[in-house]
Design a protein around this ligand. Sequence first.
Ligand SMILES: O=C(O)CCC(=O)C(=O)O
Ligand SMILES: [Fe+2]
Length: 337
Amino acid sequence: MARAETSDQDLEASREAARRQREAQKLSQTFTMPQLPTASGEQTVSHEQIGFFKEHGFLILERLIDEDAINAAMSRIWDYVEVRIPGASESSVLRRDDPTTWRQPAFGKQPPQPKTGYYQGRVPVEYFDRTIKLHDIGTEDFLLDLLPRHPCVEAIAKRMLGPNLRPSNVTRGVYALLPGTKGRSAKGSMLGPHTDQVCQQLNTCAYLNDVEPRGGGFTVYPGSHRIMFQAHETEANFSPNAHFRERMRKVVNTIEPYELCAPKGSVIFWHGRTVHSPGIHLGDNIRWALFGDYSLDHPVLDDDEHRACGQYEWFKNTRLFREDHFITEDMWRGWSI
Ligand SMILES: O=C(O)CCC(=O)C(=O)O
Ligand SMILES: [Fe+2]
């Protein structure tokens, strides 16, 4: 009896600590990419753009993807949303031509996360709170061509990481952040800072709409890649070492996050160790983004090996390297920048 009471108290205390930690989170500032010299000739990104990426852990290339291609993709994405995302009732079904259906949506019940099989850990389509993640559409050619196989995007990834990339057969899919009730104000506690698992080298996010300030822009903790790189055993695989929690806390307590604002068709490249969060969304539009992963084409673990270490993520184009390099002082050792 005494023991059960203690554990209830412990649970309550850790919930309270987590709540306080969240309340103390820094508010993001909205950020637009400064004008840097662009590449000339055969180069895809300039020396200055590479320098920015190395220092801050991200780089935005504005309007890299053609607007017509984005519009055509959005039309197909809406076709998919209208079929796959159930409303709680007939009147709460999302409709592309009726923004009143977008605000504070009431979704139907999402099936539980599968415990076994191909989709283990993640339902093919997620909808919760004001978030939609269309994962299973992520293997469609029109999305692969839009981002990871797009000639300009792929050329930049090769320039940064090296020419020998794992073939792009999947994106994470399309992630939507929907508007909420009016009258809320921005707070740091609205952010959910984290890093991603599996093998994290170079990731991309394409904006499929104009992302305005406080419109849910992808939010990064600039420079956190350099802090978190040293918080893993090895360079690319998710392999947290004894410093991981303390370094994560340092990032969240000391770095002012940037909410990345950019026009439709912009692509954000970000280093896989960068701490990030879905952005604060106080606006009226849906934030539409397509996320993808690049890694070098090294031998990788198979699906069951990923399951065994709790890092099976079928919707990402990345797998744990069979042999990963222990970290050194030089975090760019395996890159071509
Ligand atoms: O939707 C977002 O802005 C964040 C997504 C994210 O954290 C992820 O893809 O790992
Ligand atoms: Fe993430």
